[in-house]
Design a protein around this ligand. Structure first.
Ligand code: SAM
Length: 338
């Protein structure tokens, strides 16, 4: 086995959690993510092949000490080779934890094959339970597909099934209690994510975003209690929901990811790979390092691994959203990998 030299930065953080975007395409058009007509999708030849993705994940696990791999996008279920990519990652040693973030469309069919290939867990994005709102928010009439996808994920054992929700003022910010009730009833774990300046349309506004404090205030009828289990490097702060247990019989929890008002950059352990093989050290990074070129120029594993280490060593202390000089990254969330 190769010697592991980890992805360390000058602030003492070590990246062990890899987010791999498998495509920038999506079958929804969430209003806060991309315009109705979609975006100029990445040309196929620029996208990493399944073998290239597999090779980079192997280098990350075997040579850089990555322990968790999360597949995302765009919509990762649209990637034809997904099951094979998961199977290859699951065969690595040490075997990484394998997760997927998805909008849930198509999960009904794919949950079983993905589980069988070695996927451990899923996060399904769901911002509303109201079909009319769902259509307005995503510009597609697919709420039932998402709900069936959630059920299939639970049935396939991709547990705990987590739900990611973004609340937006005047659109779905009244739905936090109902979404929590739904999650508790079905044994899913709900996590609210503060909206971040990552939309393709550059319409994010700090003054109208729904904050973690507001989300928690709207859940006050549940009498949430602080969760004494350490959060570690997880982005979500969690609270216990008294009187409820999850599918495993543990106390039920709800999470809030306060990326804007409660940043957790000091504990960040993430490294990101875009679908065209660029390493990003942060969602908000303005620079990327091109690993695809190294792969296609025939670089050996050791050279690719070293380029990845160099890329991560310059990670900034924080995402800088509060900095007056903050500039939104050129790529939107869907092209970085959320
Ligand atoms: N298509 C997959 C999905 O829907 O989960 C994966 C990619 S999507 C970009 C990942 C997550 O990012 C979704 O939960 C989505 O709601 C969230 N998201 C998109 N834009 C966001 C923003 N500006 N701020 C916070 N979360 C955002």
């Amino acid at each position: 086995m190769s010697t592991v030299i980890p992805l360390a930065d000058r602030f003492g953080r070590v990246a062990t959690d890899l987010r791999v975007s498998l495509t920038d395409r999506c079958n929804l058009r969430c209003t806060y993510c991309m315009p109705e007509e979609g975006l100029a999708w990445m040309p196929r030849e620029q996208q990493l092949t399944d073998d290239e993705v597999g090779r980079l994940i192997r280098i990350a696990v075997e040579m850089l000490g990555v322990r968790d791999v999360r597949f995302t996008g765009g919509e990762p279920l649209l990637r034809r080779g997904l099951v094979g990519i998961v199977r290859a990652a699951a065969s690595l040693s040490p075997r990484p934890d394998l997760m997927l973030t998805t909008n849930g469309i198509g999960l009904e069919r794919l949950a079983g094959p993905l589980r069988e290939a070695g996927l451990d867990r899923v996060n399904v994005s769901l911002d509303t339970l109201d079909p009319v709102r769902f259509q307005a928010l995503t510009r597609r009439d697919r709420l039932d597909d998402v709900l069936r996808g959630l059920a299939a994920a639970a049935a396939a054992g991709l547990t705990p099934v987590k739900i990611n929700t973004v609340l937006m003022r005047g659109i779905n910010d009244d739905e936090a209690p109902a979404l929590l009730r739904f999650a508790l009833d079905h044994g899913y774990q709900l996590r609210f994510i503060e909206q971040m300046p990552l939309d393709a349309q550059h319409q994010w506004d700090r003054h109208t975003m729904v904050t973690a404090d507001e989300i928690l205030a709207s859940l006050s009828p549940y009498g949430l209690l602080p969760d004494l289990v350490s959060r570690g490097t997880a982005p979500a702060e969690t609270w216990l929901v008294p009187g409820h247990v999850d599918a495993a019989g543990e106390p039920a929890r709800v999470g809030v990811i306060g990326s804007v008002t409660r940043p957790f950059c000091g504990d960040c352990d993430r490294t990101r790979l875009t679908a065209d093989g660029q390493v990003r050290d942060c969602l908000f990074a303005r620079e990327e390092s091109d690993l695809r070129k190294l792969l296609r120029d025939g670089a050996p594993d050791a050279e690719v691994a070293e380029a990845w280490r160099v890329a991560m060593s310059g990670k900034r202390a924080g995402h800088g959203i509060d900095d007056p000089a903050f500039l939104q990254p050129t790529r939107p969330m869907s092209a970085i990998g959320g």
